[in-house]
Design a binder for this molecule. Structure first.
Ligand code: ADP
Length: 263
């Protein structure tokens, strides 16, 4: 079966005005089979968000080819769901209106489907509330409903939970796994947190310090369903963490050293 996401020898050079071009990632080859939950970890600035931008079509690659769901990515793709660290809820719209928005953009009106998703993420009692009336975790739930309501088969997530406190974060991670569970969706999840990556994923991809390239890939053979809080104590989890951290540690150190040199 063709992979859901495929990158072939991809490089991205940024050309900011009045500055030198910057090679963010290079030689990235990655195939993600349909239905897999794959996390990319790496030090800050190694090109994780760039990778997601390339897959979504928000950024064109400088070199190489990106394929999504069997077709080459040549512009912004509307057949994927996104969740970013900063929430994308419109403050002047209620939860209901925010979740209905992606359907309206496509000229669809399906209030029942929007409501179903709001209830599924546990926001039924808050359907007519505005974002500022919700906690950080609740806003994340609304975002999850907003990106799942169109039923995309690929979900791209860029550090979605990193602004949440630890307890809320763990709740949301479990929630995500429950929603993803039997859905067959492919998830590409970006995080700088190795524990989060292992707890959630079928595979983790470790990137080098910038220019980012793939340093190592580790299958995560932990049983599902998982509870992200408890799985961290499993001996297999700890063993994998130690192996992957040995890879990541060097890259974090290199990235830190470079940031000091750059002043
Ligand atoms: P990460 O998500 O791993 O922190 P990014 O993909 O955001 O890394 O960025 C990779 C590198 O590319 C960083 O050094 C960043 O400063 C640089 N970069 C990102 N976007 C731009 C841009 N629009 N113009 C110039 N440089 C950029």
């Amino acid at each position: 079966m063709a992979p859901a996401i495929s990158l072939r020898d991809v490089a991205k050079v940024y050309r900011p005005p009045r500055k030198r071009p910057y090679l963010a990632i290079e030689h990235v080859d990655l195939d993600i089979p349909a239905g897999r939950f794959v996390s990319v970890v790496g030090p800050s600035g190694c090109g994780k968000s760039t990778l997601l931008g390339l897959v979504s079509g928000l950024l064109p690659p400088t070199v190489g080819e990106v394929t999504l769901l069997g077709s080459r990515v040549t512009g912004v793709r509307t057949d994927v769901g996104f969740i970013f660290q900063r929430d994308a809820l419109l403050p002047w719209r209620t939860v209901r209106e925010n979740v209905e928005l992606p359907l309206r953009f496509r000229g669809e009106r399906d209030p029942a489907r929007a409501k179903e998703w709001i209830v599924r993420v546990g926001l039924g009692p808050f359907i007519d509330n505005y974002p500022h009336e919700l906690s950080g975790g609740m806003r994340k739930r609304a975002q999850l409903a907003q990106s799942l309501v169109r039923d995309p088969s690929v979900l791209l997530m860029d550090e979605p939970f990193s602004a949440l406190d630890v307890q809320t974060r763990n709740l949301m991670e479990n929630e995500l796994l429950n929603l993803w569970g039997a859905s067959g969706k492919t998830v590409l999840f970006i995080t700088h947190d190795l524990e989060e990556a292992i707890a959630l994923s079928d595979e983790i991809v470790v990137m080098t310090a910038g220019p980012g390239t793939i340093k190592a890939r580790y299958p995560v053979a932990l049983p599902r369903p998982r509870n992200v809080t408890e799985i961290r104590f499993a001996p297999e989890f700890v063993a994998l963490y130690e192996r992957a951290w040995a890879d990541l540690r060097d890259e974090v150190a290199r990235s830190y050293k470079r940031s000091l040199e750059a002043g």
